[in-house]
Every structure is written in structure tokens, then in C-alpha cells.
Design a protein around this ligand. Structure first.
Ligand code: PRT
Ligand code: ZN
Length: 223
């Protein structure tokens, strides 16, 4: 574990979680001076800095000790916990944050006669979450081929590259537009504050405790 006296929080640089995460930190009384390259934001007042990165990189940065905390979707955190080497996967959800709500679901072509997860036996499923899908299939003892795609998962069935998909769903509009039907929910997701199982025991730990207290106040007010 590196020795630093300032707390470092990783959050999404640009995407769905960026604005609500920034808003949350502001409500916790934190303010940041934006650096020119916009990757690192120095905290004014409190000893808390920000690292702005792709959401997928956040769990790894915490696991490596580059950052102390991260604001990230449970979907990304859970996938990391299932696929990272065991010594790196030791992360936990310190708080749920109440934004970025969505679900990770299986969806199949509307015309498929779906009669439950066993219908997926022998079929192929396109997803960006091979760890979560593999785990879900294994628990049900279903053998299906998991095809990992980085994006545009929802068009895979129409392209003929997969029989079904597993992707994030919010309104369901994307599924309907692609003639797909949601069948099973694997994970209910929202943004979470992620951290290591072992919290830092130095000054960073004190700041972290203070931040969690403020966060609880902010979350309570909103509920
Ligand atoms: O560049 P970077 O890697 O950081 O960004 P990203 O493109 O991977 O992430 P981004 O900004 O799209 O999403 C960040 C996080 O927001 C996700 O990891 C989820 O935790 C959360 N979130 C909440 C969502 C959605 N809702 C969502 N609807 N992430 C993605 N979607 C997509 C989904 O993949 C599908 O394509 O929206 C489409 C479905 O939406 P509906 O409303 O049509 O059902
Ligand atoms: Zn991403």
C-alpha cells in the first residue's frame, strides 16, 4: 500500500455517472481545482483529490492502491470481483449512492420461445459482462457460449453473431428498438462507493471516516 497523506477518489471522466458523482462530492463539502489535462483534480480545502478515468478502470485502480475510493456502477465492480485475480478482487461496497440505477438482464429475440433460463442451453450470449453471465449460468448448470463484446451488444442477435444478449437495461427502449425481450434480471445496479476491504489506517483513514459521515448525511437528506 502506497503512503500518501491525501485521499484519492476515482470517478468517471465523462459519462452517465460523472455529473451525479460530482454533485454528490460537492454536497459533501469538497471542491476541486481542475487541472489542465483534466485527469487529476486537486482538492481545495480538504486533503481529497480526484482522478477522472474510464469507469472500467476504477476497481483496478483501487485494487492497486492508486486510489483509495471509487464511484462506480455495481455492475462494473461485481464484474471485477468475479474476474480479477483473487488477491486483487478484495473490494467492497462502502455505500450505495442512489443514482445510475439500471439492471443487468438477459434479453432474447421477441420470436424466441423462451421458457426460462434452460432455454439458453447450447445457445450463445453476447455481453460485456462475461464474469457475471458465466457465474449466473454456472449456478444454474446451463452450458451456453458467452461471447464477449465491448459495445453494441444489442445488435448481435440481428447480425447473427449471438442468439441472446446480456446487457444493462434502464427504460427498456434499446431492447424494444432491437426487437429484443427482457427475460431475466442478473443484477440490480446503481452507483456505489467502492473501497478496499482493508481501509487505510493513516490520516487518509480519518478523512475517509469524515467523508463517509458527510455522505450519510447527504444521502439521508435525499431519501
Ligand atoms: O467511457 P466509459 O467507459 O467511462 O463509459 P461507459 O460508456 O462504459 O459508461 P456509461 O457512461 O454509459 O455508463 C456508466 C454506468 O452508468 C454504467 O456502468 C451503469 O452502472 C450506469 N448506467 C445506468 C447505465 C445505464 N443506466 C444504461 N442505460 N449504463 C449504460 N446504459 C446503456 C445500456 O448499456 C444500453 O445500451 O443504455 C442502454 C439501455 O438503456 P435503455 O434506457 O434504452 O434501457
Ligand atoms: Zn466503461
Amino acid at each position: 500500500m502506497s503512503t500518501r497523506d491525501r485521499l484519492r477518489i476515482a470517478m468517471q471522466k465523462s459519462g452517465r455517472l460523472t455529473e451525479p458523482a460530482q454533485d454528490l462530492l460537492t454536497r459533501c463539502g469538497l471542491s476541486f481545482r481542475q487541472s489542465r489535462d483534466k485527469l487529476f483534480c486537486f482538492g481545495e480545502g480538504e486533503p481529497v483529490d480526484l482522478l477522472l478515468v474510464r469507469d472500467d478502470d476504477i476497481p483496478g485502480l483501487i485494487a492497486q492502491g492508486v486510489c483509495d475510493l471509487g464511484i462506480v456502477g455495481r455492475n462494473v465492480l461485481s464484474e471485477f470481483q468475479l474476474t480479477a485475480p483473487p488477491e486483487q478482487a478484495e473490494l467492497s461496497e462502502l455505500r450505495t449512492l442512489g443514482f445510475g440505477r439500471c439492471r443487468l438482464s438477459i434479453a432474447v429475440p421477441q420470436e424466441l420461445n423462451y421458457q426460462g433460463p434452460e432455454t439458453l442451453q447450447g445457445l450463445s450470449i453476447a455481453t460485456s459482462y462475461p464474469g457475471l453471465v458465466g457465474d449466473w449460468l454456472q449456478r444454474r448448470q446451463i452450458q451456453a457460449k458467452v461471447i464477449t463484446l465491448a459495445g453494441s451488444v444489442e445488435i448481435a442477435p440481428r447480425l447473427g453473431t449471438a442468439d441472446a444478449i446480456c446487457d444493462l437495461v434502464q427504460s427498456g427502449g434499446t431492447l424494444v428498438a432491437n426487437q429484443l425481450r427482457e427475460t431475466d434480471i442478473l443484477l440490480e445496479s446503481e452507483a456505489v462507493l467502492a473501497g478496499p476491504k482493508q481501509l487505510p489506517a493513516d490520516e487518509r483513514g480519518d478523512m475517509l471516516e469524515l467523508l463517509l459521515k458527510r455522505l450519510d448525511g447527504v444521502i439521508q437528506v435525499r431519501e
